[in-house]
Design a protein around this ligand. Structure first.
Ligand SMILES: C[S@@+](CC[C@H](N)C(=O)[O-])C[C@H]1O[C@@H](n2cnc3c(N)ncnc32)[C@H](O)[C@@H]1O
Length: 222
């Protein structure tokens, strides 16, 4: 099984931080991530969770074709609901917006015992970092990947305290420190987007102030 660049980057982060226990993949869709992780011996077992019927069918097919039925169970439900009460090593929530990831965590994460979160929002990464900070989670690792002309950030968190400033929330505390090559490309691309937005906004506008500040943070790092 060959994963996309984005899913492979997520799988590598799971591999780096896994204790070889059970993982729950929320919004698993086709199930490529948990299947790859089981087939490659990164995790002992997985619960693949999905809310929608179409993906559940695809998920069951991937598991059947890969002969991983004994190690991966499929659960239908909203967010973390299907795994409440489970003792898990890791939870992955990937390929959704940061706001949906926060809603899912907000509703039920406190009802679970889990040692590591691997989160890969498509957008609004800052919202996820802020949620983690406000709910007793510490970011221990981050990376970024470019796949099919999109940039994705991957955030790994463990229970703990952290105090991030606004720039770290926006750009990522580990990404700011480690500065992997791809993040420069993302920041450069993002700078151009913010410049286009700024041209459309009046300087007295509150949104202009925020975007101007974000643009300044990006320029400081380029
Ligand atoms: C874009 S796919 C991402 C699939 C995979 N995680 C990845 O990163 O490639 C998002 C999946 O999340 C599922 N999803 C959306 N909201 C959900 C929720 N509240 N609970 C569980 N799954 C959800 C969707 O049905 C869809 O299959």
């Amino acid at each position: 099984m060959k994963l996309s660049k984005r899913l492979m980057a997520i799988a590598r982060m799971v591999q780096k931080h896994s204790n070889h226990g059970e993982l729950a993949d929320i919004g698993s869709d086709h199930g490529y991530l948990p299947v790859w992780l089981v087939l490659n011996g990164v995790i002992s077992s997985a619960i693949a969770c999905e809310i929608a019927d179409g993906p559940i069918q695809a998920l069951k097919k991937t598991i059947q074709l890969s002969h991983t039925e004994d190690k991966i169970s499929v659960k239908k439900g909203d967010g973390l609901q299907p795994i409440i009460g489970s003792q898990l090593d890791m939870i992955t929530i990937c390929g959704m917006g940061g706001n949906l990831i926060c809603q899912i965590l907000d509703r039920d994460l406190s009802k679970l015992a889990v040692s590591t979160l691997v989160l890969a929002p498509n957008v609004n990464e800052g919202m996820v970092r802020e949620w983690l900070m406000q709910h007793g989670w510490q970011i221990v690792d981050e990376t970024a990947v470019e796949d099919m002309h999109h940039y994705y950030e991957i955030i790994v968190a463990k229970p703990g305290c952290m105090a991030l400033n606004a720039k770290e929330i926006y750009m990522g505390p580990v990404l700011l420190k480690e500065k992997p090559d791809v993040i420069f490309k993302k920041w450069k691309w993002q700078t151009g987007i913010l410049e286009d937005i700024l041209k459309t906004l009046n300087e007295s506008n509150e949104k202009h102030k925020m975007i101007h500040l974000q643009h300044q943070w990006l320029k400081e790092e380029l």
